[in-house]
Design a protein around this ligand. Structure first.
Ligand SMILES: N[C@@H](CCC(=O)N[C@@H](CS)C(=O)NCC(=O)O)C(=O)O
Length: 198
């Protein structure tokens, strides 16, 4: 097993799904959360000037989805068959398409708020209706056990709620989030993680 070090800001953001996988699987890792003041000196040293980065001994992996997918494969959370893995990937990619609509780096607060409201009103219902249909009356999105697609939903749904999405209109999706958060290893991680808006 390599020595894992996951570097990201002190946020859930794009690192939290990987942190859920680490927590659930019990794989040991260093959760390296950097302050903004350190970022200025770290950024120029990174190949693509972005976080998160997963260091595994001498290998450095960028891209949050590639990181989480790799960790999920190592932990048996990627889906049991090749078709299940494709279904899991499609759910994660779909959630990311919608999350990437939000203007995360917009500096003008009024513009940002207006765009957030538009996206929550016009785009997010498409995501939530689709995910509700995919989930149906199953406990997990794909197959008969939890996968990292369920983790990714649980993580992103917190941010959607913080952006004023009312998840109560989607009771099965809300129940799925709660099911993930009730897994003992995830509950223990949530208990000890820093409380941040994003
Ligand atoms: N597609 C990349 C996007 C990475 C990304 O946008 N990282 C942001 C934080 S969420 C970043 O490093 N921003 C700092 C900057 O660009 O200065 C991924 O999913 O890892």
């Amino acid at each position: 097993m390599p020595n894992y070090k996951l570097t990201y800001f002190k946020l859930r953001g794009r690192a939290e799904t990987a942190r859920y996988i680490f927590a659930y699987s019990g794989i040991d890792y260093e959760n390296d959360t950097i302050e903004r003041s350190v970022w200025a000196s770290l950024k120029p040293t990174l190949l693509f000037k972005q976080l998160p980065i997963l260091k595994m001994d001498e290998i450095e992996l960028n891209q949050s989805t590639a990181i989480a997918r790799y960790l999920a494969r190592e932990s048996g959370l990627a889906g049991k068959t090749s078709i299940e893995q494709a279904q899991v990937d499609a759910i994660v990619d779909t959630i990311n398409d919608f999350m990437n609509l939000f203007p995360w780096t917009e500096k003008n607060e009024a513009v940002k708020q207006k765009m957030n409201e538009d996206i929550v009103t016009n785009n997010i219902p498409i995501l939530l209706n689709g995910l509700s249909k995919l989930l149906g009356d199953q406990n997990w999105f794909v197959g008969d056990s939890v996968t990292w697609a369920d983790f990714h939903w649980a993580v992103c749904s917190i941010t959607l709620s913080n952006l004023n999405t009312d998840l109560h209109s989607y009771p099965t999706l809300l129940a799925l989030k709660e099911r993930v958060e009730a897994l003992p290893q995830i509950a223990a991680w949530i208990e000890r993680r820093p409380n941040t808006l994003l």
